[in-house]
Design a protein around this ligand. Structure first.
Ligand code: ATP
Ligand code: MG
Length: 179
């Protein structure tokens, strides 16, 4: 009987076990978003999951503002609750921030141009369950779960695309160095 060494990475196309991070404060969530901001490029999709008030917009706002301030710009980043989508020009790329809570059907996402944006822009999507099977499999999923304190959260990261494994390894290393 042979004993294969288990692979460090899950097989492509298979969901990994979520990677968990403690977010003890709103500032910790902002710092994580600021770390991620410069690493993203066109075609990167982040699916932001969690209940109302979980911190999805806070994370997206911190990420967008970090990206804009790298270009010397300081702008308000309102929640796209009613507009469904807000688009920001960030240097060479666009950032699409969407909140699909009020989407009436998954097809409306196509009308909004979201599917094209998944290929060409950086996309931050709140309430991605509204996309049903239109959510891109290459996306990184960030699920904001309640923590033990009012201002703490647990972030569960999951993905199938190995692009994210590399990035999350780097993030874990960075955090271990901080301990
Ligand atoms: N650890 C934390 N991480 C993120 N936000 C936190 C944290 N602790 C407290 N907060 C606060 O929780 C609130 C989260 O609100 P936010 O609008 O981001 O929620 P949301 O997930 O986008 O909700 P909705 O589904 O209504 O869009 C903010 O006021 C934020 O400051
Ligand atoms: Mg929100």
């Amino acid at each position: 009987m042979s004993h294969d060494t288990p692979s460090l990475f899950p097989h492509p196309g298979h969901a990994s076990a979520p990677v968990l991070f403690a977010l003890p404060s709103a500032e910790a969530t902002a710092r994580l978003a600021e770390w991620l901001a410069p690493q993203l490029g066109p075609g990167d999709v982040l699916l932001l999951e969690g209940e109302i008030g979980a911190g999805k917009t806070h994370f997206a706002r911190s990420l967008i503002q970090a990206r804009l301030s790298a270009d010397g710009r300081h702008e308000d980043v309102p929640s796209p609750t009613f507009t469904l989508v807000q688009v920001y020009e960030a240097g060479e790329t666009e950032i699409w921030h969407s909140d699909l809570y009020r989407l009436t059907s998954a097809d409306e996402a196509i009308e909004l141009g979201l599917l094209d944006a998944f290929e060409t822009a950086i996309c931050l999507v709140e309430w991605p369950d509204r996309l049903e099977d239109l959510a891109p499999p290459k996306a990184l999923s960030l699920r904001f779960l309640p923590g033990s304190q009012p201002d703490s959260r647990v972030l569960a990261l999951s993905f199938t695309d190995l692009r994210w494994a590399v990035l999350i390894d780097a993030l874990q290393l960075e955090r271990l160095r901080d301990v």
